[in-house]
Design a protein around this ligand. Structure first.
Ligand SMILES: Nc1ncnc2c1ncn2[C@@H]1O[C@H](COP(=O)(O)OP(=O)(O)OP(=O)(O)O)[C@@H](O)[C@H]1O
Length: 793
């Protein structure tokens, strides 16, 4: 059945070649008891290993049942070994932490039998060698003789065709030697047994054939086989270790080294606990931030101003891009007392919100539950006169100067003090004192400056002093409008304007302050230009309502100035809104309504900005969605753009959170790698320690992949246990940690480890130990069983 054809094997050690087998030609019968004799170093073990498929020859061929093995792969050799060979060693090579039964069962664990079948076979084998009674014990309770019996049972259990025994009685006394030899002879009587022995007496007594080696050559063969071997299919049934077997072996190993494994798990779990705590902190900080956002940021309103400025608006026009760059790059010195003039119409990053009645209706239809308040900041058309340096009086174009009103009282500080930086002058102390708002670069639109009577052409930079103290006069309706033949008109002759300007019934307003929005303020919504207090606003409206022109207009269906018929207004007065700043007097046409007309006469409020205060943080996103919906399918210039004043704060908290996340993730990564290295070292130590088991498994036909699987399974179990312990420790540690954090920061329950996160952390632990142990597992699989066996001798 077995033929060695001109087998040659040598080793290179220390630069010199050592010939172990030098052209061996032997044939073996299917059933014979062959003893192999020879002095030490004559090549006996090498010969046995080559037959057993543990070593490959350099030259020649091993023919099994007439078939060459030259093309065998590593797996073929593993299958060959597992299906056909039973090994018996001088040192028994039992796996110490497995029971006797398991030591035998392991030999049949690669060929897919059920647990019951495997056990039955193992018990039967143990029965045959007379060891059945101790099968639940480990090998440390057995005598040498008994251990060798177990090894014989292990060789027998798979019913192999060939038994290879390397000095099986080498460690036994003479009585045991006889017993074991008798057992081998009896049990394997119908098999091919090749047994190495140093004892010629034993060889003679039991062998049907004796082969003697010297210097790698066969010098004697007492019963050589002459005839050709008949061909028979060689058994290469695929074998592999079932996962259940791998789990069983892993659990056995773990439970056998309880204390060590506990420390292993504990060390791994500390890293996992670190990761779990970091996850808990991240989760907690996130919750704290969103809580803060809910509590605080919800108070910051969404504002719709007449002018929406956003430097990030993308505009395809080359010109506007240029403007944008100019704007960004301009090195205007905002420290000195100068106002810079610029042309805002060139600056396409400004969007004019054409708020109309439709939009107001749309806002009013918004879900009331989302909003805690909507306020419409007003602006009125005033009749204002200005006197130039040369004494010429003219009507001030109020549509140009962005007239706006600010709340006089706002909390403890005034609204202006809280939200605007005083660049020059003083904050107003009475209703007749107005302020001039400049942009963040101390700039004002040229048109505003021109309207205020500043000659921009002469100098692009205007001194604060040129504007502070500048006076303008508000003329009340009854003086401003004259009545003739049922119609009202404005006498804009120079003489009359001068007269009106000098009248004692005027309200003199003067610019007392130049203000710029504070960088950190979210409520600085006033447009650049002139702003007056709501006190002046209310005073003016009250007076307007009592004026002749307003009363006449209320009673007439035609325009009391032009005589044109007015459109019927379907709505109540308080529902009428018109985009602020449009000087209706100059734009009176057929489509003007009565209420618009009244508005233009100062008798009705015009909203210059709408401020929406959301109920809470969630409603804010719903409001924004609602406002965005309005803009869908609208032309660019019809869109109403809003400013979410919380976004800057939100950005800040997002950035803080990003910072915290980065720090914690760096820590988690560090912990991860430290754990990885620890696991690598621990698994590697375990690999070294389990060399016997690994090599025996390989000898028994276990593939390299089976060995990797064995270690991986064990690592996964350890990772799982470490994960559970790590999460448990984290939960335990979170309590004092939160207590400490609350003491220091006043924040309660900062660290939160959700169950789903804890599961993820356990999964990370499993993956971690798997990765950390993978290379040591590969190293274990590469362990050469031959080296191990030879080193034993
Ligand atoms: N892995 C190896 N590396 C180097 N040399 C080796 C190796 N294995 C065997 N040899 C050498 O090959 C020769 C044959 O060794 P082998 O172990 O087969 O002899 P043996 O007859 O079994 O000896 P012993 O009875 O002492 O076990 C010896 O000279 C030995 O030193």
């Amino acid at each position: 059945m077995l033929q060695l054809k001109n087998i040659y094997k040598s080793y290179i050690t220390g630069g010199s070649r050592q010939i172990a087998l030098d052209g061996i030609n032997l044939k073996f019968r299917e059933s014979e008891f062959v003893t192999v004799l020879g002095p030490s170093g004559s090549g006996k073990t090498t010969f046995l290993n080559i037959i057993g498929g543990l070593e490959r020859c350099d030259k020649g061929d091993l023919i099994i049942n007439g078939k060459s093995t030259k093309e065998f792969t590593d797996s073929n050799w593993d299958f060959y070994r597992n299906n056909n060979i039973g090994f018996i060693f001088k040192n028994y090579n039992l796996i110490p932490h497995l029971s006797i039964l398991e030591n035998v069962t392991i030999a049949v664990s690669f060929n897919g039998l059920s647990k019951k079948e495997k056990q039955e076979k193992a018990i039967e084998a143990l029965n045959r060698v007379g060891i059945k009674d101790y099968m639940r014990k480990t090998s440390q309770y057995l005598t040498k003789d008994e251990m060798q019996r177990v090894a014989i049972a292990r060789a027998l259990v798979n019913n192999p065709k060939i038994i290879l025994a390397d000095e099986p009685t080498g460690n036994l006394d003479s009585k045991s030697t006889i017993e074991i030899m008798n057992l081998i002879k009896e049990i394997f009587k119908d098999k091919l047994v090749i047994l190495i022995t140093q004892n010629p007496g034993i060889a003679k007594r039991y062998a049907t054939r004796m082969i003697t080696f010297r210097d790698g050559e066969v010098i004697e063969d007492t019963n050589p086989l002459k005839e050709d071997l008949h061909q028979k299919e060689i058994d290469l049934k695929r074998t592999h270790m079932k996962i259940s077997m791998a789990i069983k072996l892993a659990i056995r190993d773990i439970s056998n080294k309880k204390l060590r494994m506990f420390f292993y798990v504990l060390i791994s779990s500390i890293g996992i606990m670190g990761i779990a705590l970091i996850v808990a902190l991240l989760q907690g900080f996130n919750k704290q931030i969103s809580g803060y956002e809910n509590d605080t940021l919800a108070n910051y309103p969404i504002v719709i101003n007449k002018v929406y400025t956003n430097y990030s608006i993308h505009n395809t026009s080359q010109n506007s891009k240029q403007n944008q760059n100019d704007l960004k790059n301009s090195k205007l010195n905002t420290k000195n007392d100068i106002i810079y003039s610029y042309n805002s119409s060139q600056n396409s990053t400004e969007h004019i919100n054409q708020v109309n009645k439709d939009y107001i209706d749309y806002i009013k239809q918004m879900d009331k539950d989302l909003v805690s308040e909507i306020s419409y900041e007003s602006q009125i058309n005033m009749n204002i006169l200005r006197e130039d340096e040369d004494g010429k009086v003219s009507i001030l174009d109020t549509s140009t100067i962005n007239l706006s009103s600010y709340p006089k009282d706002y909390g403890q500080e005034t609204y202006l003090e809280k939200n605007y930086e005083l660049l020059y002058g003083y904050y107003p102390t009475n209703k007749n004192e107005v302020v001039l708002i400049v942009d963040e670069k101390n700039r004002l639109d040229t048109n505003i400056l021109n309207a205020l009577g500043i000659d921009v052409k002469k100098n692009k930079e205007i001194k604060f002093d040129d504007l502070i103290g500048k006076e303008y006069k508000i003329i009340l309706n009854d003086e401003f409008y004259k009545k003739q033949n049922g119609h009202f008109y404005v006498d804009s002759s120079e003489k009359n304007l001068k007269k009106l300007y000098n009248s004692k019934n005027t309200i003199t307003i003067s610019i007392t302050a130049i203000l710029r929005a504070k960088e950190d303020s979210n409520l600085s919504n006033l447009p650049e230009g002139i702003s007056y207090s709501n006190e002046l606003c209310n005073y003016y409206i009250d007076d307007c309502k009592k004026s002749d022109i307003v009363k006449s207009q209320q009673d007439s269906n035609y325009n009391v100035i032009t005589g044109q018929t007015l459109k019927n207004s379907k709505n109540k007065e308080d529902e009428i809104f018109e985009i602020s700043g449009i000087n209706i007097l100059n734009n009176v046409n057929q489509s003007t309504t009565k209420n618009q007309m009244l508005s233009s006469l100062g008798a009705s409020l015009l909203p210059s900005s709408i401020t929406i205060y959301p109920k809470d943080f969630e409603s804010k996103s719903d409001i924004i969605e609602y406002l965005d919906n309005y803009n869908k399918d609208k032309n660019e210039d019809e869109k109403i753009l809003y400013k979410d004043t919380s976004t800057t704060i939100n950005k800040l908290s997002t950035n803080i959170m990003k910072g915290i996340t980065i720090v914690l993730v760096v820590f988690a990564t560090l912990i991860f790698f430290i754990s990885l290295i620890t696991i690598f070292i621990l698994t590697y130590a375990s690999v070294l320690e389990r060399k016997t088991e690994v090599c025996i498994l390989r000898v028994l036909g276990g593939k390299k992949r089976d060995i990797v699987r064995l270690f991986n399974t064990e690592n996964v179990i350890i990772g799982f246990l470490a994960g559970i312990l790590g999460v448990f420790l984290a939960y335990t540690f979170i309590v004092p940690m939160n207590y400490g954090l609350e003491k220091i920061t006043d924040l309660s329950n900062v660290a939160i480890l959700k169950v789903e996160n804890a599961i993820v952390v356990i999964a990370i632990s499993v993956i971690l130990t798997f990765i950390g142990g993978f290379i040591p597992a590969k190293i274990a699989a590469r362990k050469d069983p031959v080296e191990f066996l030879k080193n034993q001798n």
